[in-house]
Design a protein around this ligand. Sequence first.
Ligand code: SF4
Ligand code: SF4
Length: 165
Amino acid sequence: MRTQHAVRNIRLCTKDCLCLYVCPVGASDTENGQIDWQKCIGCGTCAASCPSGAISMMPDVLPPQQKKTEAVIRTLTALADDKMKEEAAALKTAEDTADPNEKRLAAALARSHRVMAEDLMREAGYMLPQSANAHELLVSMLDHPASDFPVKTAEKLLEMLKVNE
Ligand code: SF4
Ligand code: SF4
């Protein structure tokens, strides 16, 4: 029985198509960048032959997330809050300034603060899609969705990713 499947990081893929030639079931498609989850038998040959390290093997059932202590969660969440405030300030600077270099610098800073905030939230426990808190977060976002929130995708995720804790 299959226990893992291949996933491709399209940003690392150089499209040399080795994975396409070695796959015994034709699951790898380098045209659309996808690896067919249903066709893949989890043999790992593509990951072993990819020269760019663009393919990883993912377990079909992800392990339960490790619990964090309350003190760690509080500290990381507070740091993430700071990063989000700094992102908002950098975005405002980018919007307000007429200097193109300042605009680019502020936009890059905003992006960097966003990435750090996301990392901190992951470290605070919102790490795995099957963890209960990630589900609770999605449900709360569906309760009051922002205008650009992808409601259908979030609903589909909730349906597909069962809580495993
Ligand atoms: S072998 Fe790796 S780099 Fe080459 S096409 Fe496949 S995923 Fe992309
Ligand atoms: S793990 Fe095996 S079956 Fe799955 S895409 Fe890679 S080569 Fe094909």
